[in-house]
Design a protein around this ligand. Structure first.
Ligand SMILES: O=C(O)C(=O)C[C@]1(C(=O)O)C=C[C@@H](O)C=C1
Length: 364
C-alpha cells in the first residue's frame, strides 16, 4: 500500500469518526430527553425508573439483527452496550454491587451486562451482595448462580431463601483460567497454587497432569488468589484475564480449564420488576410437601403446556429436616397467560411458591 493510499484512508476515517461522534452525542441528548420525560410523567411520590432492562435487550437485539458486518454481531452489540451504558449514566449513574474483590469473573459479568459507565462496588461475599441490595445502598447486585462444569453456586441459591430479591437479568460468561505468577516465581519452583474452590475444580485434570504434588489452596475468590501471589515467592494463582491484568501477573499457562466450553451464568438482582420482551425467562422457588410423586406433580403442568424448563436445582429448605425446595428456571414471562395458568396450578399443589423474577434472556 502506498503512503498516498494510507493517507487518503485516514482522511476518510477522520471524517467518519466526526460523524460517529456527532451521532453518539445526538443519541446522548435523546437519552437526556428520555430522562426528562420519565421525570415529568411521575405520579406523586413515585420514584423514577431510568434503567430499563427490557428496552436495553430490545436495542441490542435490533443492532444484532441489522448488523451487516464486517464486525461480528457480538462485537457490534458490545459497542452499543457501552454507548447505552454511558447514555444511562447521563440519566442516572447506576450503582452495582458484585462479588469481589476487583478482578473477579463476577465483575467481568457486571461490566458485560451493564457496561462500564456504572459505579461498581466489590463485596466480600455473595450474602453481602444480597444485603447491600436489600439495604438500598446499590441499585443492583451481580452474583454467580451456576457453572457448566461444577454446577450450582449454592451460596447464591441459599441467599434467595433468605432475602426478598427480584431477578432482573442474566448474563453468561465463558470462563478461561490461567496459571499466574508474580515476577519472582519460576515454573519449577511452585509449591502452592491458590484459587477459588470452584476454579480449582474446573482445572482439576490439568492440575493433576502438570502439578500433581503441589498443594492446592482454596481462597475466597480467584482475584484474591491473584492478589496474594503478587507478593509471594513460589506460589501461583488460577484466575482470569481481569485479575491477571489488575495485579500485573505473568501467564505461565493459558486456558487451563478442563472443559473448553466452561461457562458461568450470573444473575442481576434488585427490586425492579421487568416487563415482558417476548423472549424472557422466569425463575421460581417452589417447596412441595414431602410425599411420593411430589416432583412429578410439580413438573406435569410445565410438560402439559409445552414450557421449556432450562434448569432445576434442589436445596435443603432450612425450615425442616429433610425438606427441600426446588429452584426452577423456564422460558416465558410470569405475566404471559400460559405461564400464569401454570403457576396457578403449581401453587395449588405446592406448600409455597415464589416468583423470583422474569427477565430478558441474555442477549450478549
Ligand atoms: O429508553 C429508555 O428508557 C432510555 O432510558 C434510553 C436507554 C438508551 O440509551 O437507549 C438508556 C437506558 C435505559 O436502560 C434504556 C435505554
Amino acid at each position: 500500500m502506498s503512503e498516498q493510499e494510507l493517507k487518503a484512508l485516514r482522511v476518510r476515517i477522520d471524517a467518519l469518526d466526526t460523524k460517529v461522534l456527532e451521532l453518539i452525542s445526538e443519541r446522548a441528548r435523546c437519552a437526556q430527553e428520555v430522562a426528562r420525560v420519565k421525570m415529568a410523567s411521575l405520579a406523586e411520590g413515585e420514584v423514577p425508573v431510568f434503567y430499563r432492562p427490557e428496552r436495553e435487550a430490545q436495542v441490542l437485539k435490533r443492532v444484532m439483527e441489522r448488523n451487516q458486518g464486517p464486525l461480528g454481531n457480538e462485537e457490534m452489540a458490545r459497542l452499543f452496550r457501552e454507548i447505552m451504558s454511558s447514555c444511562l449514566a447521563l440519566e442516572q449513574p447506576l450503582k452495582v454491587a458484585y462479588l469481589g474483590p476487583e478482578g473477579t469473573f463476577t465483575q467481568a459479568a457486571a461490566m458485560k451486562h451493564f457496561g462500564h459507565a456504572v459505579i461498581s462496588k466489590p463485596m466480600a461475599a455473595i450474602d453481602e451482595v444480597f444485603r447491600e441490595v436489600a439495604a438500598g445502598a446499590v441499585n443492583f447486585g451481580v452474583v454467580p448462580v451456576e457453572n457448566s462444569t461444577e454446577g450450582a453456586v449454592n451460596h447464591t441459591l441459599d441467599s434467595f431463601l433468605e432475602h426478598d430479591m427480584v431477578i432482573c437479568g442474566e448474563v453468561e460468561l465463558r470462563i478461561h483460567h490461567h496459571l499466574l505468577v508474580g515476577e519472582n516465581t519460576k515454573t519449577d519452583s511452585i509449591s502452592r497454587i491458590y484459587s477459588h474452590a470452584q476454579s480449582l475444580a474446573q482445572c482439576r485434570k490439568w492440575l493433576d497432569a502438570h502439578y500433581p504434588n503441589v498443594e492446592r489452596v482454596a481462597v475466597s475468590s480467584n482475584a484474591e488468589a491473584a492478589k496474594r501471589v503478587k507478593g509471594e515467592w513460589n506460589s501461583a494463582a488460577i484466575a482470569g484475564d481481569m485479575a491477571a491484568g489488575l495485579y500485573g501477573l505473568t501467564r505461565l499457562a493459558e486456558k487451563i480449564e478442563d472443559r473448553p466450553d466452561n461457562s458461568t451464568r450470573f444473575l442481576m438482582i434488585g427490586s425492579q420488576e421487568v416487563p415482558p420482551t417476548g423472549d424472557d425467562k422466569t425463575s421460581i422457588i417452589v417447596s412441595m410437601s414431602n410425599k411420593p410423586g411430589a416432583l412429578h406433580e410439580l413438573l406435569v403442568p410445565f410438560h402439559d403446556n409445552g414450557i421449556d424448563l432450562t434448569r432445576i436445582e434442589t436445596r435443603p429448605s432450612r425450615s425442616g429436616k429433610w425438606t427441600y425446595v426446588f429452584f426452577i428456571d423456564f422460558v416465558g414471562h410470569h405475566r404471559d397467560p400460559l405461564i400464569k395458568g401454570v403457576l396457578e396450578k403449581i401453587s395449588q399443589e405446592a406448600v409455597a411458591l415464589k416468583v423470583l423474577g422474569s427477565y430478558p434472556k441474555a442477549v450478549l
